[in-house]
Write a protein that binds this ligand. Structure first.
Ligand code: PD2
Ligand code: ZN
Length: 280
């Protein structure tokens, strides 16, 4: 088939198949059997059913979600080479705020290394494969390679221990700098199942399942990380971090979040995104 189009008739058919009890994978298989391109078929099923069933976990994916050990709700959690303090924890959605995850020297070291490589931040392009500069994200950013140097390796190993998630399931740390007026408008960090570029992105490690935003400095005013669905504002404090996880790529996770505009001073963060499987 050439130029495959997701028509209303196709959507109605998918909806009917689901209504009579066929799981998303069977509907997909039937579509592939009748000549539909896999990525178009996945988009159509995701559009109609809006669910993660279309996103098969990669081989070797780790079950469950990243999660710190809060079983005893001790005020500190052992993160291997450092004790990290718990400021607050929310269950639904899972949001945890940590303090003293990084020392001030580690924060300064990451900023110094990141400064040399900053460029205007990009997001996944709206229409095609690739990324593009986006007015919703007015920060500048850079990515470290995973384990790029001793400092990054130390921080990544600490995060892996703290969140009980393998180091190789994490993307390289991303550093962002926001100047006064810069913001990151509310968004979800998982890859949109209905987006044309998502099947390709998922080949490397599957979906994102959790985010850790680490504050590398304390802005003078503004720059909180906001969660509009649950009315939560997290203050950016040097060395602290906010963690949240999402078990499916869907707004029902209530993980809509953004970076509110910086009012005075700069804001620097390092973000670690965690995947279902090995990210190479
Ligand atoms: O800098 C933040 O507060 C922020 C807000 C929303 C960072 C991210 N998202 C991110 O890096 O995904
Ligand atoms: Zn985000």
């Amino acid at each position: 088939m050439s130029q495959q189009v997701i028509t209303t008739e196709l959507c109605d058919w998918i909806s009917e198949q689901s209504r009579v009890g066929h799981p998303a994978e069977s509907i997909l298989a039937a579509m592939l059997g009748s000549g539909w391109d896999e990525s178009v078929a996945r988009q159509a099923v995701a559009r109609v059913l809006g669910q993660s069933a279309t996103l098969t976990a990669p081989p070797g994916a780790t079950a469950g979600l990243p999660e710190p050990d809060l079983s005893r709700f001790a005020p500190v959690v052992d993160a291997g080479d450092r004790n990290v303090k718990i400021v607050m924890a929310m269950r639904q959605p899972r949001v945890v705020v940590f303090s003293e995850l990084l020392s001030h020297e580690e924060c300064d070291g990451i900023i110094a290394l990141g400064t040399k490589r900053l460029a205007r931040s990009e997001t996944v392009a709206t229409g095609a494969d690739g990324s593009e500069v986006n007015a919703a994200r007015t920060s500048e950013g850079m990515f470290f390679e995973r384990c790029e140097n001793d400092l990054i390796r130390t921080v990544e190993a600490r995060i892996a221990t703290l969140l009980r998630w393998p180091l190789d399931h994490g993307e390289g740390l991303q550093v962002l700098r926001y100047r006064p007026g810069a913001e990151y408008q509310p968004h979800y960090d998982y890859f949109d199942p209905g987006h044309v570029s998502t099947p390709n992105i998922l080949k490397r490690g599957g979906q994102r399942v959790a985010t850790l935003v680490i504050y590398l400095n304390t802005p003078t005013a503004g720059g909180s990380t906001i969660f509009p669905d649950i009315g939560l504002d997290v203050a950016p404090v040097k060395g602290n971090a906010v963690f949240f996880s999402y078990d499916r790529p869907h707004p029902s996770t209530q993980t809509l979040h953004g970076g509110s505009p910086v009012i005075e001073g700069e804001k620097w963060v390092a973000t670690k995104w965690l995947r279902q499987g090995v990210f190479n």
